[in-house]
Every structure is written in structure tokens, then in C-alpha cells.
Design a protein around this ligand. Structure first.
Ligand code: KG4
Ligand code: ZN
Length: 365
């Protein structure tokens, strides 16, 4: 039995302003008492990507409103809390700063402990928030801003096995959608089109499969789609509905093949540690893709590994994961003070070399 802990979590590292209240009971189980997310998609829509200055201003405007909403929804007030957790990086620095300043103000005003959280640790600890998964487990973060394999061995102990060296897969889905005139965010539209397409019509590369290890690359794949599209346009003067579907299916199959093969390699390394209850969890918007999900699920089944995909609203950016990661850090004796700094880059695994990519949604490592 441990002491119950209730934390406010604050997230503002990209284009979602979020506040949540999470309680860890004496039995170690998590309860999400409130989970408020205010997205900014419409503010950035006209620019084709997140504009850091617009994001930072919107966070500064919305943070206290989200915090108030979360407190009201939970039925608690500040005096019921045991601490404040805030994303202190990595991400777009203006947004991260807005969140850190807001958290410092509340912590100082209410006399509460302040815990800075690595945004990636928030994603990586989500399987413990949702399912109480035991360490060590293997994690694939796969979204518009992240793509990496991590072995999580403790709240502050991660080994990165590899990641993208350029675009994240979600970014590639979005760019492919743009190339063939589908709306943003592109992932769900590409997936829907792919259902009526033939994935063998276009022969697209499977980047980096010829190299050992778990690093990935998606930017060449997107360029290959561009060339394939141009080829069809040059030949026929435009794209038919079927061409679009075939492009989507061929692209999705290539992403799926890369993620599956790299996951197989990551599992090999992870299973060599002989974990007691082997588990592979995915997080991030791209894990919503049914084709990718079922390919990874089948892979896990063949290896006798439990496959876990937390509910989507806890896989994408949110503050419940930040509150939970704060609770885990705090319970292990860690805390910060008013010197807590906002960090644009903050690798979870300091022993691995920095990833090269720095996609549309900010730094990846
Ligand atoms: O995790 P997320 O909401 O935000 C961050 O990137 O941090 O992920 C959004 C990304 C977008 O690029 C979106 O196109 C992609 O996830 N996505 C998908 C699907 N649903 C969302 N990609 C492929 N298939 C989907 N069904
Ligand atoms: Zn994220």
C-alpha cells in the first residue's frame, strides 16, 4: 500500500492546450478525474502546419481556462492536490514556456510541489496509466511528431532502440494526403481511401530495411509517392479516384511493412532481456490506423507478446499522461523547484545519439 496521490497535469508543448487531474490510489491504480484538451487545429489550418508563435499565444490564453475546467470537472480544488506536473519539454519552446510559467505560478500560489515532465515520458508511461503494465515493456511512439522505439524500465529509465531520422510517419501521411488533394490531418483520409485501393499498383520503397537496427526514414517514401503521382498525371492528365486509392494503399502498405519489420527487430532486442510479462504498447495518432495496428498485433501474437493500444484520446497529446508521469516521478522521490527550465530538446535516453529529425511539430528527441 502506498499513499494516494492526486496531481494536476499541464500540457502545452505542441498544438493542444491540456489540463487533467489524475489520482493514484493506495493500490497503485490510476483514476482520471478530469481530462480537458483544447485543440488549436483551426488556428493553424491556413498555414499547413503548426505556427509556433500562434501556438504559444493560444496556450497562454487558454491554460488557466483549461486548469479551471479540469478542477471543476473533478470536483476538487487546489487544496486537494498533492502536486503540479507540467511538460517541461521537448516541444515548441514558446508553448512549453507558457505551461511551465503557469505551473510555477499555481505551485507557488498554492504551496504545492512542482514536477517537470518529459513529454515523451508522458506518452511512454501511458500503458501504466491505462493498464498498470509492469516494467520493462517495449513502446512504439508513432505520431505526427514522434517516431521511436523505447524500452521503458522505470519512470525515468528508457533505452531508445531507434527512431526516424527524418519525418515522423504521421507527417508522411499528412504530406501524402496533401499531394493527392485529401483534407488534413491526412492519416484517417489516406486510410479510408486505401480500403478501396490495390497496394501493389505502385512499387514504393521500404526505406532503411536493408540496414540493421531500428532506425527509420519516411521522407524518401513521401517523395516516391510524389513521383508516382506525377507519373500518372503525365500519362493521363490527372488522377482518377482509383489512382488515388491505389496510391494511398501502396503508401500505407510501405509504412506498415517498415513499422512491422522494425518492430520485429525491436522486439528481438527487448525479449533478449527476458521480461516476465512481455508487452508491446503503441501510442500516438498513427496507432489509430487499423492496418498498422493489426499488423503489429499479429506480430506480437506470433511472438507470444501482449499487444496494447491505449484508447486514442490517451494516445494523442493530453495532460492526463503528464499528471500520471508527474505522480510516478514524485513517488520515486523526484521533484523540481522554481528553477525548472523549459527545454526545446530533451532526449529520454541520454546515452543514445540525438535523432536528426525535427518535424513540423517540433523536436523529436
Ligand atoms: O498523436 P497525434 O494526435 O499528434 C502528434 O503528432 O503529436 O498524431 C497526429 C498524427 C497526424 O499526422 C495524423 O495524420 C496521424 O496522426 N493519424 C493517422 C491516423 N489518424 C491520425 N495516421 C494514419 N492513419 C490514421 N488512421
Ligand atoms: Zn506527443
Amino acid at each position: 500500500m502506498t499513499k494516494a496521490l492526486t496531481f494536476l497535469g499541464i500540457e502545452s508543448s505542441c498544438d493542444d492546450t491540456a489540463a487533467a487531474i489524475v489520482r493514484r490510489g493506495p493500490d497503485g491504480r490510476a483514476e482520471i478525474l478530469a481530462n480537458v484538451v483544447a485543440g488549436q487545429a483551426e488556428l493553424h489550418a491556413a498555414f499547413g502546419g503548426v505556427v509556433p508563435e500562434i501556438a504559444a499565444r493560444a496556450h497562454a490564453e487558454k491554460l488557466d481556462i483549461c486548469v479551471e475546467e479540469a478542477l471543476t470537472a473533478s470536483g476538487l480544488d487546489l487544496s486537494d492536490l498533492d502536486g503540479i506536473a507540467v511538460t517541461a519539454g521537448p516541444g515548441l519552446i514558446g508553448g512549453v514556456l507558457s505551461g511551465v510559467m503557469c505551473a510555477k505560478g499555481i505551485a507557488a500560489g498554492a504551496g504545492l510541489p512542482l514536477v517537470g515532465v518529459n513529454h515523451l515520458a508522458g506518452h511512454a508511461l501511458t500503458p501504466r496509466l491505462t493498464d498498470g503494465v509492469a516494467f520493462p515493456y517495449l513502446m512504439l511512439l508513432v505520431s505526427g511528431g514522434h517516431c521511436q522505439f523505447l524500452i521503458a524500465s522505470g519512470p525515468e529509465s528508457y533505452t531508445r532502440l531507434g527512431g526516424t531520422i527524418d519525418d515522423a510517419p504521421g507527417e508522411a501521411f499528412d504530406k501524402v494526403a496533401r499531394l493527392i488533394g485529401l483534407p488534413q490531418p491526412g492519416g484517417p483520409h489516406v486510410e479510408a481511401e486505401a480500403k478501396s485501393g490495390n497496394d501493389r499498383t505502385f512499387s514504393l520503397p521500404r526505406p532503411l530495411l536493408d540496414r540493421p537496427g531500428c532506425d527509420m526514414s519516411f521522407s524518401g517514401l513521401k517523395t516516391a509517392v510524389l513521383r508516382a503521382r506525377d507519373g500518372v498525371v503525365a500519362e493521363k492528365g490527372g488522377l482518377t479516384r482509383q489512382d488515388r486509392a491505389d496510391l494511398c494503399a501502396s503508401f500505407q502498405a510501405a509504412v506498415c511493412d517498415v513499422l512491422t519489420e522494425k518492430s520485429r527487430r525491436a522486439l528481438e532486442t527487448y525479449l533478449a532481456e527476458a521480461p516476465a510479462t512481455p508487452t508491446f504498447a503503441v501510442a500516438g495518432g498513427v496507432s489509430a490506423n487499423a492496418a498498422i495496428r493489426s499488423a503489429l498485433e499479429a506480430l506480437c501474437e506470433s511472438q507470444g507478446v501482449r499487444f496494447l493500444a491505449p484508447p486514442l484520446k490517451l494516445c494523442t497529446d493530453n495532460a492526463a499522461m503528464i499528471a500520471w508521469a508527474g505522480i510516478e516521478r514524485f513517488a520515486s522521490g523526484a521533484a523540481d523547484d522554481m528553477a525548472l527550465a523549459a527545454r526545446p530538446r530533451w532526449p529520454l535516453d541520454n546515452r543514445s545519439p540525438a535523432l536528426l529529425g525535427s518535424g513540423k511539430k517540433g523536436a523529436k528527441a
